[in-house]
Design a binder for this molecule. Structure first.
Ligand code: FES
Ligand SMILES: [Fe+2]
Length: 389
């Protein structure tokens, strides 16, 4: 593989606040990002415990382009392993969610326990003499949890999850309601955007006032709040107080934006490389994403309530979550349009993305007001160094 410095045209990249369009669409850069960001020292939120609440529950997903299975392998313990048979690499399960004590390969019937260890094979009597079953367990990732969120990394040398999350921890804690009340999975909406994973992250969770007609119509634009970035990976967190909606006649049914839980503290956590977690009014929403090549990103919008919510509140959370912050919700549909339109328009024109708003008024790029562009540049500064540009 070419080193990035050998790729054409990168001599123009002098400053992390002006990002060459090329890094959003170049195939060789994308391949290198898979190694640095997805198979490197990043911890990936793979599931919330609420998605796999019982022993033997599992969820299959992708980290980068590699299929993995996240399993509740024993009471309070989680295993994450590559979803590929240790014999000849066949995908072990094609189910998204399930419950199983182990995984049987459809090809030659090898059986693996729910922690990835090999349980049995067929035809072992004619395997070579030096065959040792201990060499044929599934490839396990390192696993750690924070506030009921299961994280995994491919990198045995990655720093601890605690180090990785850094300043993001208090924001994530607010998103999941403090971590003491068990969450309940409400459902998923899945969508594929024709956009690069970094372009998705530049624009999701960041809300330009001009773009978001919904914020103005719903009078949501003026909430007090701040964004806080963390330099060593480029994460950022958001904290603000949401305001109650005052009926301005815009909605036929204003109950959709009612705040029934009484919880006004809202938070967002942008977990690099590619997850967004948000709590806004009564909606708790994780957007687990994965790259599918340089021009495509799949996102699973995953909705939660609390296990002790009454059924009316749970219904309300589903309705509010998907209508406001789902892929076609009042607010997020505007973001969705930007993902696709940016990727389409930048093409291979040799231009640059400019991050300017907030850069002049506030020299501290690690902390800014809600719709400034400056905290995004913390990621780009880290990216530039990490990728060797
Ligand atoms: S490939 Fe899985 S048992 Fe052969
Ligand atoms: Fe937005």
């Amino acid at each position: 593989m070419n080193k990035p410095s050998e790729l054409p045209g990168l001599g123009q990249w002098h400053d992390h606040t002006h990002v060459p369009f090329q890094v959003y669409s170049d195939e060789a850069i994308y391949r290198r990002e898979l190694d640095e960001y997805f198979y490197g020292p990043f911890w990936h939120p793979v599931a919330l415990q609420a998605e796999i609440p019982n022993v033997n529950d599992y969820k299959s997903l992708y980290i980068g382009e590699t299929p993995v299975i996240a399993v509740h392998s024993a009471e309070g313990e989680f295993s994450v392993m590559v979803n590929a048979c240790a014999h000849r690499g066949v995908q072990l399960t094609a189910e998204f969610l399930g419950n199983a004590g182990g995984f049987t390969c459809p090809y030659h019937g090898w059986v693996f326990k729910n922690d990835g260890s090999l349980l049995s094979t067929i035809g072992e009597e004619c395997f070579p003499d030096d065959y040792d079953p201990a060499n044929y367990n599934l490839k396990n990732l390192r696993v750690e949890t924070f506030c009921g969120i299961v994280f995994a990394t491919f990198d045995p040398a990655a720093p601890s999850l605690d180090d990785f999350l850094g300043n993001l921890k208090p924001h994530m804690k607010v998103v999941v309601g403090g971590g003491e009340r068990p969450l309940k999975l409400l459902g998923y909406q899945k969508i594929t955007f024709n956009t690069n994973w970094k372009l998705f992250m530049d624009n999701d969770g960041y809300h330009a006032g001009i773009l978001h007609a919904a914020f103005r119509l719903l009078d949501f634009a003026g909430g007090d709040g701040y964004l806080e970035a963390d330099g060593h990976y480029g994460h950022w967190g958001m904290n603000y107080q949401s305001k109650d909606y005052e009926d301005n006649g815009y909605l036929n049914d204003p109950t959709v934006v009612e705040s029934r839980s009484g919880e006004q503290t809202a938070a967002g956590a942008c977990v690099r490389p590619v997850t967004q977690a948000v709590r806004h009014m009564d909606s708790i929403n994780f957007r687990f994403a994965r790259p599918m090549g340089p021009n495509k990103t799949e996102v699973h919008y995953t909705y939660f309530g609390f296990a002790d919510d009454d059924p009316d509140l749970l219904n309300h959370r589903v309705r509010q979550g998907s209508n406001l912050l789902g892929p076609s919700g009042f607010i997020s549909i505007e973001d969705s349009s930007i993902f696709d339109r940016s990727q389409k328009a930048m093409g291979y024109t040799g231009g640059q993305m400019h991050f300017l708003k907030g850069m002049g008024s506030n020299p501290d790029i690690n902390r800014s007001s809600q719709n400034d562009e400056s905290v995004s540049t913390v990621f780009w500064a880290d990216y530039k160094t990490r990728m060797g540009f």
